[in-house]
Design a protein around this ligand. Structure first.
Ligand code: NAD
Length: 428
């Protein structure tokens, strides 16, 4: 049996590689290879049938040198402390590359939320906060939603924290519902952020967006707004999107010879990102196997569904026409596929730069909470564009100066900023 990859060992080895490129002092590197703080705690929850069930919660604060730790809380059956550690470290690099004054953290509970009733979920969320409230807060650590958690859950967690500290504290958590302390523009933030990086990469590569074709994997939060952005903001054509059909337990690629209409497809997609393929078929769309998206005749690939989708096998099917890969999902490209892209001169926008739009608007949400004054959607998106464009440009400059690929350059920019903050605070 193949041993599953330990995400934390992978995160550490990526860090070690870039620490080597940067000639980082080994003593400094040692401080960044490990989380600052880790919490593991029991959450007893009264179930609806009157029994008591024990859950375990995690929170890892990898770094708070640039600002309060920041990162989501996952409710997923396969959650482990090592996954949470890896995700917390990656958040440190994501907030640093986006240059928002936050650190990196992540939390989780090994549980399948679909097996809980609404009131059991609420008690689990409140229980998580009851255990962690002394160690989170707007100036300490600000959680957010992630896999298996929702804006409503963030609302309950914020309420529990506010009760415990005795004052309304919306800035303790982001990703709250609009009207309950959330920010306008958060829904489209990650997908639009992906498109802002694509726009900048096209300028850099001298590609004309209006003559470009994109193939997109996934049609959830990230990919829907990436598809809308690619067509509406850039004037390009999206040849296909793909999705996982929960009923058929199979993935499909949905394409249209004239390009898909993302708004139409969005109108026939459920909250889990499953498209009604019968309605799509009636409207003249072609339905193919889920793996076909990667082989389309396109200039841009946007893997926006899951990790490991562009791998040693699937990369062989990528069209020679592809010049740009924008990693909307986290970790969609395996190291083997990455090597193939390097060899073929394909420009890759690495995940923690490409999908940093979500955490950037989460940061804007806490800023608005602090001010108790809320921006319009246009203001949020304009500020997001500025931040993402600056982040992209600083990574391209590093890549050119050091003659490295974009992924290494993004790590170098991020680690440089974190080390600089450590120096300025007198930690080194
Ligand atoms: P989501 O659950 O809203 O959507 C996932 C989509 O992928 C769905 O359309 C689903 O049908 C599809 N999918 C699942 N398996 C598939 C398969 N085998 N083939 C094709 N499609 C498949 O998730 P999301 O929020 O859009 O997140 C997508 C990725 O982006 C994840 O890696 C996530 O960690 C990352 N990400 C999300 C955000 C955010 O703000 N939502 C921010 C940063 C990174």
């Amino acid at each position: 049996m193949v041993e599953p990859i330990n995400a934390f060992l992978m995160a550490q080895s990526q860090f070690d590689h870039v620490a080597g490129l940067l000639n980082l002092d080994p003593q400094v590197a040692e401080m960044l290879r490990w989380p600052n703080r880790e919490f593991k705690f029991m959450i007893p929850v009264r179930m609806d049938d009157g029994t008591q069930r024990v859950f375990f919660g995690y929170r890892v604060q990898h770094s708070d040198v640039r600002g309060p730790a920041k990162g989501g809380i996952r409710f997923h059956p396969a959650e482990t402390l090592d996954t949470v550690r890896a995700l917390a470290m990656w958040m440190t690099w994501k907030t640093a590359v986006a240059d928002i004054p936050l650190g990196g953290g992540k939390g989780g509970v090994p549980v399948d939320p679909a097996t809980l009733t609404l009131s059991e979920k609420e008690r689990l969320c409140r229980g998580w906060v009851d255990q962690m409230w002394r160690n989170i807060g707007p100036r300490q650590d600000v959680p957010a939603p992630d896999v298996g958690t929702t804006p409503q859950m963030m609302g309950w967690m914020m309420d529990e924290y506010s009760k415990l500290v005795g004052q309304y504290t919306p800035g303790v958590i982001t990703g709250k519902p609009v009207g309950g302390g959330g920010s306008l523009g958060r829904t489209e933030a990650t997908g639009y952020g992906v498109i802002y990086t694509v726009r900048e990469a096209m300028k850099h590569l001298k590609m004309d967006p209006t003559q470009s074709v994109a193939a997109i994997q996934g049609f959830g939060n990230v990919s829907q707004y990436a598809a809308i952005g690619f067509t509406q903001l850039l004037g390009g054509k999206v040849v296909c999107v793909s999705y996982w059909d929960r009923e058929d337990r199979a993935a499909y690629t949905i394409s249209h010879k004239d390009g898909v209409d993302p708004l139409f497809l969005q109108s026939i997609t459920d909250i889990y990102g499953t498209i009604d393929k019968d309605k799509a078929h009636e409207a003249g769309y072609s339905i193919e196997d889920g793996g076909e998206w990667i082989a389309k005749d396109a200039d841009v690939l946007i893997p926006g569904a899951l990790e490991g989708q562009v791998n040693a096998e699937t990369v062989k099917r990528v069209s020679e026409r592809v010049r740009l890969v924008a990693e909307g999902a986290n970790g969609p490209t395996t190291p083997e596929a990455d090597e193939a892209f390097k060899k073929n001169g394909v420009f890759v926008i690495p995940d923690f730069l490409c999908n940093a739009g979500g955490v950037t608007v989460s940061y804007f949400e806490s800023v608005q909470n602090d001010m108790n004054y809320y921006w319009t959607r246009e203001e949020v998106l304009e500020r997001l564009d500025t931040k993402i464009t600056q982040a992209f440009n600083s990574v391209v400059e590093m890549a050119e100066r050091e003659q490295v690929f974009m992924r290494d350059a993004a790590y170098m920019v991020a680690i440089d900023r974190v080390v600089k903050a450590m120096e300025l605070r007198g930690w080194l």
